[in-house]
Design a protein around this ligand. Structure first.
Ligand code: BGC
Length: 427
């Protein structure tokens, strides 16, 4: 029941700008909301009002003992128009980062996390290779303004999820449904990451820093054949893995392209990350018809399978492409009643601490409840409950468990008994 974390292992929390900040900005998710596309009708302009409440949220983070924080910046705030930089937004982030550091919290900054300013969307967004210059401009502006305070960066969050949801399934803005287009976006995002990787290093080097750490956040799933004896299920599982994460992991990490991606002029092979950043949630069970959820498996409130061993499988899959220190940059679950989140954390962290991989950090998704994209406010992933009407924060039982785990640097018998022992997943 008890386990200790490895010495030096750091625990924190992750979030993204759009999901917590709120604000009437001209960006793709506020636009998607205005088209009536959010299932529960909730407005991302409200979210957790973190742009106003950042001080309170950061203090609460420190109170729980969190020492590393993955947070995002909002492109549409920094560049509200193509040729305009809002200095006030940069100063805001500066103040927030300074405060984090004052409280002993090390910031890991995500530059792009799904949301685009509408001026960029109108130009065709990431579907057009020539638009990468706008993203690189954002990288430059951000690193020049904040690079003296921030040494750790995620260039792009989950390029595979962004490309497939936005350009293949058509559920996210801009709502396109084309395999070819989704693949083109993956290709373009790869080039963006690689150039951003080099740019961030170059700008910080010019400032005299040698401690820069850059990666992209890789959304990885386990793809398992429903019936391992059925060759079609096996083939389908391999194919889905390759299309969703295999080819892209190698491209983003090494600048080497394989089907379904295409070689890109101007992108050389090399090593384009300093740490492996894994976002892990679930396993897919694959038949010849596609992927689904295994019958009888433990599930969360959104019906996603809970499969803790998968966090190690995925970390290993990426580690085999390039061995680097591993940071889990997202892991968490939708549990609206906070009935099994502590068990979820316990199961995933114990799997990680039993593994032989050099896992150094764990960022729980998420610190507070937040705007969960299409699901809006109705899917709660936080350690801290948010009452969206009053914006009041209340630490959940899982938040207390997490704080205890951080303090003890592991799970003691008492922590297990008080928070985990009675918890069960949905069948
Ligand atoms: C994303 C987050 C999201 C989480 C839970 C990840 O795909 O990076 O933005 O809230 O999963 O769905």
């Amino acid at each position: 029941m008890e386990f200790r974390l490895k010495p030096g292992f750091l625990l924190g929390a992750a979030s993204s700008a759009t999901q917590i900040e709120g604000g009437e900005l001209d960006h793709s998710w506020n636009d998607w909301f205005s088209q009536g596309r959010i299932k529960d009708g909730s407005d991302p302009a409200r979210a957790a009002d973190h742009y106003a409440r950042w001080r309170e949220d950061t203090e609460l983070m420190a109170e729980l003992g969190i020492s590393v924080c993955r947070f995002g910046i909002e492109w549409a705030r920094i560049c509200p128009e193509e040729d305009r930089v809002d200095e006030a937004a940069l100063s805001h982030y500066r103040e927030e980062i300074l405060f984090m550091k004052e409280l002993g919290i090390q910031p890991l900054m995500t530059i792009h996390h799904f949301t685009n300013p509408m001026w960029f969307e109108r130009k065709g967004g990431f579907a057009r290779a020539e638009n990468s210059r706008y993203f690189l401009k954002l990288v430059e502006i951000t690193v020049d303004a904040l690079g003296d305070l921030v040494s750790e960066y995620i260039t792009i969050n989950e390029p595979n999820v962004f490309a497939t949801e936005s350009y293949y399934f058509g559920d996210w803005p801009p709502g396109a449904s084309s395999f070819k287009e989704a693949v083109r976006v993956m290709n373009n995002l790869t080039a963006c990451h690689i150039k951003a990787y080099e740019l961030i290093h170059a700008r910080r080097r010019a400032m005299g820093f040698t401690d820069t750490m850059v990666s992209f956040a890789n959304s990885m799933r386990v793809f398992a054949p429903k019936n391992p004896k059925n060759p079609l299920h096996r083939f389908s599982a391999c194919l889905t893995r390759r299309v969703f994460q295999g080819a892209l992991t190698t491209a983003m990490t090494l600048g080497k392209f394989s089907w379904p991606l295409k070689n890109m002029a101007g992108v050389e092979s090399g090593e384009y990350l300093d740490f492996i950043a894994i976002n892990y949630y679930s396993r897919s069970t694959v038949t010849r018809l596609g992927d689904g959820v295994r019958e009888g498996s433990p599930k969360n409130d959104l019906g996603w399978e809970i499969y803790p061993e998968g966090i190690v499988t995925c970390a290993r899959e990426h580690y085999q492409v390039l061995p680097r220190p591993i940071w889990i940059t997202e892991n968490g679950t939708c549990d609206n009643r906070d009935a099994f989140r502590s068990r979820y954390i316990y199961d995933h962290l114990s799997a990680l601490s039993a593994s032989d991989l050099p896992v150094q950090r764990y960022y729980h998704w998420s610190f507070t409840d937040n705007f969960e994209w299409l699901e809006g406010e109705s899917a709660r992933f936080g350690l801290v409950h948010v009452d969206y009407e009053t914006q009041q924060r209340t630490v959940k039982d899982s938040g207390r468990f997490y704080a205890g785990l951080i303090k003890e640097h592991g799970v003691t018998g008492e922590l297990y008994r008080d928070h985990v022992a009675d918890q069960e997943y949905h069948a």
